[in-house]
Design a protein around this ligand. Structure first.
Ligand code: MYA
Length: 623
């Protein structure tokens, strides 16, 4: 009976597309279900496996050490001049006030090679790995996020498609140019297409002679939009599918010099003011067919993979931002005297500093874990990269806000610089995939993965003699979980002795997490894609589990190598793990009917407010 019920719900659920929001999703789900792949996908991703209640340690333990001695040496030579440049040449306050970067600063950055960090040396770049790049980006993030976006929009997304998907000619033609002084931009977002990236309207149609695509449309909020000569542009193109002509997204390399490309004035923004953000218009732009990037009709995947590939950079930059803010707050707390004591002697200030240090430590651990995994050739890192972006941008906001709180009135003054950083930070929770969308993306992708494994189990039941191993292991897992005897994966050999308790707790919570996912699959079936409150809670759980594993791994490495701050790192990791696993322990209750009834109460209230166009309750004064 139990098995039958599971088959029904799994079949209902897993074939569904994980389209996130739009109404199109429901229509597409049926078609996708019919095409559901047979056989469950295997993955070494820590986060994907969480959704099956499985703690997969390979990408997390031991902490990645991807740099060769030579790479370490190169990095050691690069960091000091970049630090010096940002301390002595770049003026973040002036950049912010002028809403542009000083020409001398830009020239200096080109000179340093900062615009081509990961381009192979033979094509004019510095040829750095992701981990080396992360370290330099951390320096930029500690000093000037507006400059960071100019650099990042250029190389993290602007020409990244050419680096990742360009053919030999495209790479040879364009990469020397983007390292030699020509700016690049990534042009995806449109007035009616923000989070719903697949709904873009810009179109490109093949010319009658078949030599060009004729591109028409417009893009908004394009970083480097007014200065870029070379752009990765996404447009709908007609393609043949099952005998019909349908629109599919294609990526193009577009040069301003092709003609028909123009930009609006720089946007007047809350933060990252010195970075250039404009609209970009395309009017009958003739794009040579050779400039299709990644194949006609493959543009959506090209866009997603560029974004996946660059997200860890945001975590690295924001680890630097948090480190700098924490330093400022700690220095102030150590010197400012009130009520006859230094601020740092008050428990409430100590708690704030501790929390800020934990968030910075977690962010930094995520950045280097993802970059290290990518450098080791791992392909399945997109959920971890999304988590690193979400966690880093939420944490940086909290850390800089608390730094301002500790500095008090001083923190509110422009002279301290923190108000600028807070303004700069606000956009990080919005762009490169809003945190809200990325949380849904993590939850839905994970659920789909878990669903495919459950479906495989159900298939095994149809022919039990051929699949006894799978059936016994899964049945055993469920039975021990049901009677509370399951302990989860044994991480003892992988973590420092001081962290074994925390690691066992994590392993136990991961098992429970898998049970929560399975319960959601049983309860909602395919409808789970529309249960955003459930999805958000599952995403929060995945973030807690992954961040805990990351810090347990990093602190264990510190202990193993007897790093100077190892004892402190162990305590940071233990403290984070205690808080995060406690939240994980509360997940089942958060998904229980009572808690969800409260969620439903909130969604109903939200719908009322939206319908009324604001607060329904009048002022008690009724005036
Ligand atoms: S650039 C603009 C950023 N815009 C976005 O990020 C858009 C956000 N939207 C999306 O990501 C997608 O539309 C979502 C999917 C996720 C909502 N990896 O039906 P679907 C596959 C791989 O779910 P949708 C900016 O902000 C999926 O499996 N594959 O799609 C500049 C499916 O495949 P298949 C993925 O419901 C900021 C297919 O696609 C992914 O339409 C400047 C369709 O999926 C994925 N992630 O929505 C930053 N997602 O068909 C500067 C989906 O095979 C950089 N799929 O089943 C700063 C750097 C830091 C500083 C550096 C200093 C130097």
């Amino acid at each position: 009976m139990k098995g039958t019920k599971l088959v029904v719900c799994v079949n209902r659920c897993i074939g569904s597309s994980n389209r996130l929001i739009s109404a199109r999703s429901r229509g597409m789900a049926t078609a996708a279900a019919a095409e559901a792949p047979r056989g469950a996908r295997q993955s070494a991703s820590f986060t994907l496996n969480l959704f099956r209640g499985q703690l997969e340690p390979t990408q997390v333990f031991p902490f990645p050490e991807p740099m060769s001695d030579e790479q370490r040496q190169t990095l050691a030579e690069l960091v000091p001049p970049v630090e010096k440049f940002f301390q002595e040449v770049n003026d973040p306050a002036k950049n912010d006030a002028d809403a542009q970067i000083e020409q001398g600063t830009l020239a200096g950055l080109w000179e340093l090679g900062a615009f081509g960090l990961q381009v192979p040396t033979e094509l004019g770049g510095l040829g750095l790995s992701n981990t080396q790049y992360a370290r330099l980006v951390e320096v930029v993030g500690a000093h000037d996020l507006g400059v960071g976006i100019t650099l990042g929009a250029h190389q993290s997304i602007g020409f990244k498609g050419i680096l990742l998907f360009g053919n030999e000619q495209q790479r040879a033609h364009y990469l020397p140019r983007v390292t030699g002084g020509e700016y690049a931009a990534f042009c995806l977002t449109e007035p009616s297409s923000g989070s719903d990236a697949g709904s873009i309207k810009t179109r490109a149609v093949l010319s009658p002679d078949g030599k060009h695509f004729i591109l028409n449309g417009s893009k908004i909020w394009i970083s480097n939009g007014g200065i870029a000569e070379i752009m990765t542009v996404f447009a709908q193109t007609p393609v043949q599918k099952d005998g019909k002509t349908v629109d599919k997204v294609t990526a193009f390399i577009v040069e301003r010099s092709f003609g028909g490309v123009s930009s609006g004035p720089p946007e007047n923004k809350m933060g990252i003011r010195c970075s250039n953000t404009t609209e970009v218009y395309y009017e009958d732009v003739k794009v040579p067919v050779e400039n299709v990037l990644g194949g006609v009709g493959n543009g959506f995947k090209v866009a997603m993979n560029i974004l996946n590939n660059g997200r860890f950079g945001m975590a690295a930059a924001l680890a630097g931002t948090q480190r700098a803010a924490l330093r400022q707050a700690a220095e102030h707390a150590a010197t400012r005297v009130q009520f006859g004591k230094r601020l740092c002697e008050f428990g409430s200030v100590q708690e704030k500093l501790a929390r800020m240090a934990m968030l910075q430590y977690v962010t930094e651990s995520l950045a280097y874990m993802v970059s290290g995994n990518m450098d080791s050739g791992c392909q399945d890192y997109h959920l971890e990269a999304a988590i690193s972006k979400v966690f880093a941008s939420d944490s940086a906001w909290a850390v800089v806000d608390e730094a301002i709180q500790i500095l008090g009135g001083m923190g509110f003054m422009k002279a301290t610089g923190l108000e600028r950083v807070l303004r700069d930070l606000r956009i990080f929770r919005i762009f490169e995939g809003t945190n809200d969308i990325l949380r849904l993306f993590v939850a839905l992708t994970g659920i789909q993965f878990a669903g495919s494994h459950l479906q495989e189990l159900m298939r095994a039941f149809k022919n039990p003699t051929a699949h006894l191993g799978l059936i016994f292991s899964e049945a055993g897992k469920r039975a021990t979980r049901a009677v509370g005897l399951a302990r989860g994966a044994d991480l003892d050999p992988l973590v420092a002795p001081e962290l074994r308790g925390a690691a066992r707790e994590l392993a136990r919570r991961v098992l429970e997490y898998g049970a929560c996912v399975e319960a959601a699959l049983r309860k909602y079936g395919r409808g789970v894609v529309d249960e955003q409150l459930v999805l958000n809670r599952l995403a929060a759980g995945a973030i807690d589990a992954y961040t805990t594993a990351a810090v347990l791994s990093r602190a264990s490495r510190a202990a193993r190598l007897q790093l100077p701050a190892a004892a402190h790192e162990l305590r940071l990791a233990e403290a984070w793990a205690a808080e995060a696993t406690e939240r994980l322990g509360a997940l089942a209750a958060a998904l229980a009917p009572g808690a969800l009834r409260h969620g439903a109460r909130l969604t109903a209230l939200g719908a009322d407010v939206a319908a009324a166009g604001g607060q329904l309750a009048r002022s008690p004064l009724n005036l």
